[in-house]
Design a binder for this molecule. Structure first.
Ligand code: NAG
Ligand code: NAG
Ligand code: NAG
Length: 346
């Protein structure tokens, strides 16, 4: 339903600013300037995209557009950083192998990374009329809970999901747990951030409480923001495509469970999470959000945005500062985690 509507939108309906663009892999390593600032290494492995000013510390005063020399994102004024944990495959013999990422639909030549959306209204709403506020320099946020191990734990985040893709463009059904069957094309994770800002704080101790979901309804249904968080922002969504199909010919768990595990040990999938540090140059994001444009043109010309080729995106990479093996068949996950069924080791 969702993608039928969307493909109709892609070819027919007029719409305002929904931007969808890809960012290639900047680096994969154990750094987390939001949750473990300054720690080299941080607790678990992440995959990071965006501006190359990314570092173990990302104080809000840092000027990411000025400090970056390139971005791995298609929009060249976007020096933000976007990151998630990484998936590992756990073999029957108990060893782990990192699951590579793919470049997503229409960005097949990208080197891994993730796709970013900024939306004003539900993606299937061709109008996209709602005025939304872009984030400010120094703004950052987190969504998810690395300790979540049940549907109840995960449900408060509403929209952190998996799709078991039998075809490259399949986007439904979405589940909140890891798919347990073999997916012909791979697994997509979708991560949607809350959309109501308190209007004051660029961050908060848990990196979440300065943001809120709508008071009633949802972002998609146009639900109002609560008085405590009155500013409606665009909805940031990531899509990450994991190339799980390369493991489909190996032996999977005898008990029918998923062989995939997040880099911090979660085998349920409920602990999926995402991090965002805003870094658009000047008013470039607000300009896009305020422009009338077509989804299929990606708002590039209409908003006078500058974009780069996938080859140029792929060239923006960082050398890991954490020197460790994350890619062979490993006896434990980097940081010393083992796959768990209910608790986190560290
Ligand atoms: C990261 O921070 C360290 C220490 O502050 C600095 O030496 C290094 O150049 C920084 N790297 C990048 C890519 O900004
Ligand atoms: C464990 O299993 C994987 C997948 O079959 C294999 O590639 C790897 O060599 C095995 N490792 C050991 C130590 O047997
Ligand atoms: C955007 O502008 C460029 C350069 O003028 C042009 O080649 C291209 O066709 C335009 N794209 C769309 C989708 O209008």
């Amino acid at each position: 339903m969702f993608w039928k509507t969307l493909s109709f939108l892609l070819f027919a309906a007029p719409g305002n600013a929904v931007v969808r663009f890809h960012c290639s892999q900047l680096v994969v390593q154990r750094l987390d300037p939001l949750v473990n600032p300054g720690a080299i290494p941080s607790s678990h492995v992440h995959q990071i995209v965006g501006g190359d000013a990314f570092n173990a510390t990302m104080a809000p005063e840092r000027d990411l557009p000025a400090e970056s020399t390139c971005t791995s994102c298609q929009f060249t004024e976007d020096f933000s950083n976007y990151w998630t944990a990484v998936l590992y495959f756990r073999a029957r013999n108990g060893t782990y192998k990192r699951v590579p990422q793919l470049g997503n639909n229409q960005f097949e030549k990208a080197n891994g990374g993730l796709t970013v959306y900024y939306m004003q209204d539900a993606i299937y709403n061709s109008q996209q009329k709602s005025k939304v506020k872009a984030f400010q320099p120094g703004f950052r946020m987190f969504v998810g809970d690395i300790n979540a191990r049940s549907l109840t734990d995960a449900a408060r985040f509403r929209q952190l999901t998996y799709v078991c893709m039998d075809t490259w463009t399949m986007r439904a059904p979405e589940t909140m747990a890891f798919p347990t069957r073999k997916c012909k094309e791979g697994i997509m994770t979708s991560l949607r951030f809350p959309t109501c800002w308190d209007g004051k704080n660029l961050d908060s101790p848990d990196h979440m409480s300065h943001m809120s979901y709508p008071e009633s309804g949802t972002f998609e249904s146009g639900g109002p923001c609560p008085a405590s968080h009155p500013v409606r922002t665009g909805q940031v969504m990531f899509e990450v495509v994991w190339d799980t199909k390369i493991f489909n010919d190996l032996e999977w768990p005898e008990d029918g469970s998923s062989p995939f595990v997040w880099s911090f040990g979660d085998t349920t999938g409920f602990a999926t999470h995402a991090d965002y540090v805003f870094g658009w140059k000047d008013d470039s994001l607000q300009r896009i959000l305020d422009t009338d444009c077509w989804f299929n043109t990606n708002c590039i010309n209409e908003s006078r945005s500058k974009v780069q080729s996938v080859d140029a995106m792929n060239k923006c990479t960082q050398k890991p500062v954490v020197d460790e093996d994350i890619d062979s068949w490993l006896e434990e996950l980097p940081g010393g985690f083992q796959a768990d069924h209910g608790h986190v080791k560290k």
